[in-house]
Ligand binder design. Structure first.
Ligand SMILES: NC(=O)c1ccc[n+]([C@@H]2O[C@H](COP(=O)([O-])OP(=O)(O)OC[C@H]3O[C@@H](n4cnc5c(N)ncnc54)[C@H](OP(=O)(O)O)[C@@H]3O)[C@@H](O)[C@H]2O)c1
Length: 319
């Protein structure tokens, strides 16, 4: 009986302390803030998955800095609603919505073809869209969904736009990865999890692929004045968790420690605009500062192998 009383009293004290210190905890949990005042007038930015979450907040901020922001969304109607909201919040904002489904290489190719016809400069490409811990699904091309959207879809998109990025240099590519890359490894023997599927591990694999892609692309872009860096936005309250009840409950229970989408967008914004990053490439950032990369994310051998396998799967040659 006494033990239960002590446990309840302890719990009560913890709750009380959390209520008392809530503003401080929130400030700390909010993480790094992009302090750069850099303007992007005359610059063009492309953001995938910009109709909600971190992508939406990134679009809002960069449009506020004067950029022409192109929101690549699979649901154009939803995208247009957000674009209208951004225009209402920022007078004179230049935002456009274009259709892109990263789970279908035909859609990616059609998007790029139209983009290259109609847009003559691209200064920042933000590979932001993502899917997490979904039930086993395949993309239109038969790739496991998380690897297909988070890695392969963005790999193809970047390949198709790299010429324009080089012609627009200095330009930047940002790959929104995750801390989850720490728990992933590339299962070359069963990349599409056909033998066995664990939704969490497949997400981690796709986010590790983001880090390895960044590393290898940076190596290949040396001297081009096009940089590429990866980002971990932090733990952010968004719809990304919609497929996982456990993660949703955890994020709700610890919501005091979880970032808002605006806070989660800070590192993407920082890597897009900070003057001091102009020539920094192949690095990983979190909270607007360089961040740790797991050993499996630093393997040049794995990065090259993944590059070759990705090219083969997509039927492209990218030297
Ligand atoms: N939230 C976090 O705690 C967290 C932590 C680490 C990393 N990240 C990364 O941050 C990025 C943004 O995630 P978020 O948290 O902002 O999630 P979110 O609110 O769910 O936004 C994801 C965006 O990706 C889009 N998307 C999904 N599948 C797509 C497809 N096939 N084609 C085109 N767009 C597609 C979604 O479009 P719809 O609206 O049509 O679904 C949505 O706009 C992701 O790469 C995620 O892995 C997030």
């Amino acid at each position: 009986m006494m033990t239960i009383v002590w446990i309840l009293a302890g719990f009560g004290v913890v709750v009380l302390l959390m209520i008392l210190f809530a503003p401080h905890i929130r400030k700390y949990a909010g993480g790094g803030v992009c302090l750069s005042q850099a303007r992007l007038d005359g610059k063009t930015v492309l953001i995938t998955g910009a109709n909600r979450g971190i992508g939406k907040e990134t679009a809002l901020d960069l449009a506020g800095r004067g950029a022409r922001v192109i929101m690549a969304c699979r649901d154009v109607e939803k995208g247009e609603e957000v674009a209208a909201e951004i225009r209402t919040r920022i007078g004179g904002a230049q935002v456009e919505v274009r259709e892109l489904d990263l789970a279908d290489t035909r859609s990616i190719r059609a998007f790029a073809q139209k983009f290259l016809r109609e847009v003559n400069q691209l200064h920042v490409l933000i590979n932001n869209a993502g899917v997490m811990m979904c039930p086993y699904m395949k993309t239109a091309d038969g790739f496991e969904m998380q690897l297909g959207v988070n890695h392969l879809g963005h790999f193809l998109l970047t390949y198709l736009l790299i010429g324009l990025l080089k012609r627009s240099a200095p330009s930047r590519i940002l790959v929104v990865s995750s801390l989850a890359h720490n728990f992933g490894w590339i299962r070359f023997h069963d990349l599409h999890s056909q033998g066995s599927y664990n939704s969490g591990l497949a997400y981690c694999q796709s986010k590790l692929a983001n880090v390895l892609f960044t590393r290898e692309l940076a190596r290949r872009l040396r001297g081009s004045n096009v940089t590429v860096n990866s980002v971990h936005p932090g733990s952010v309250h968004t719809d990304l968790l919609r497929h996982s009840t456990i993660m949703t409950l955890l994020f709700t229970a610890f919501s005091l420690f979880v970032k808002t989408p605006r806070e989660g967008a800070q590192t993407s914004i920082y890597c897009s605009v900070a003057e001091e990053l102009q020539s920094i490439s192949g690095k990983h950032f979190s909270d607007c500062a360089p961040a740790f990369v797991a050993p499996q994310g630093r393997s040049e051998e794995t990065a090259r192998k993944l590059w070759d396998v990705s090219c083969e799967l997509l039927g492209i040659e990218w030297d």
